[in-house]
Ligand binder design. Structure first.
Ligand SMILES: C[S@@+](CC[C@H](N)C(=O)[O-])C[C@H]1O[C@@H](n2cnc3c(N)ncnc32)[C@H](O)[C@@H]1O
Length: 269
């Protein structure tokens, strides 16, 4: 087992825990800790502007329960934007978990709320106390996880009965292709070919840097794994930009051609 570099404890009122819940650090190296990837990621609107810079956020926000008094875990919390939003909107306590010490160092540096705790750990080996959370939230981290069945089962275990799971992940239509990317049709239209849809498993794609490792699963697999883990699916959305979003950011018009994000809200039965 190798250990990732641990960022220093940056603020006295942040409990910066390593390996606290038995999370192993022997995953594949996390791309978010590579300096060139981290630097590129840091320039994205969703990094610079936080939740408001993420075009799917208004839809995801509307899928969330009332945050008042909730015990929240944010899985793959990154820079901690959602952790802080949850507290500002009434959550009692927020536990952010991420595999990247660089991402967490940034989160710590921007958080002064003692009820937000950040933890360095991998979702591949997530272990949390049973029934200890009311809401498990995750934004765009689950497509990095190879064993979704284990992950969903552990989330179900750590939620109280009736607890909420709300997450976004890359859409399988966006991820499936062996070499994803736009092509121009004979009639000059921009199209996103989908192949290998039913070949689930690893995908290596170029995003910010070369060979970023992700895991493709069909929509059926994702929803059925959730159901088998004891979740009742409440809402499923495929992000599609609004006319207002496109007029503010014209590049978003491409997102009308195919879904990039799958958003799910479920209840632990
Ligand atoms: C696209 S970023 C999203 C960050 C944040 N949730 C947001 O929406 O701003 C994906 C995050 O997942 C984290 N991540 C990737 N693999 C992980 C793993 N195995 N365990 C925990 N976090 C992981 C990355 O370090 C990164 O912070």
């Amino acid at each position: 087992m190798h250990h990732l570099p641990i960022a220093p404890k940056l603020q006295d009122n942040i409990e910066y825990r390593h390996h606290q819940s038995g999370h192993r650090m022997d995953d594949h190296p996390n791309i978010y800790d590579e300096p060139s990837f981290f630097e590129g990621y840091s320039r994205l609107p969703r990094s610079l502007d936080g939740l408001e810079g993420a075009p799917e956020w208004p839809v995801l926000r509307d899928m969330l329960p009332d945050m008042q008094g909730l015990r929240v875990v944010d899985l793959g919390c990154g820079w901690g934007w959602f952790c802080r939003w949850a507290r500002e909107n009434g959550a009692a306590h927020v536990h952010g978990i991420d595999l990247s010490s660089r991402m967490l160092a940034h989160a710590c540096a921007n958080t002064s709320d003692p009820t937000i705790v950040y933890e360095l750990g991998s979702l591949e080996h997530l272990t949390l106390p049973a029934g200890s959370f009311d809401l498990a939230y995750s934004s765009l981290a689950f497509h990095y996880i190879s064993d979704a069945a284990r992950l969903y089962a552990e989330i179900a275990r750590c939620l109280r009965p009736g607890g909420h799971l709300v997450f976004s992940t890359e859409h399988p239509v966006y991820m499936a292709a062996a070499r994803p990317g736009w092509v121009t049709s004979e009639s000059g239209e921009k199209v996103w070919p989908v192949d290998s849809y039913f070949a689930e498993g690893p995908r290596r794609t170029d995003w910010i840097t070369k060979d970023v490792l992700k895991y493709h699963r069909t929509i059926g697999t994702t929803l059925n794994l959730l159901i088998r883990s004891g979740f009742r699916i409440e809402q499923v959305e495929e992000f599609c930009p609004t006319a207002e979003q496109i007029s503010a950011r014209p590049a978003l018009a491409d997102e009308l051609q195919r879904p990039t994000f799958l958003l799910v809200a479920a209840l632990r039965a």
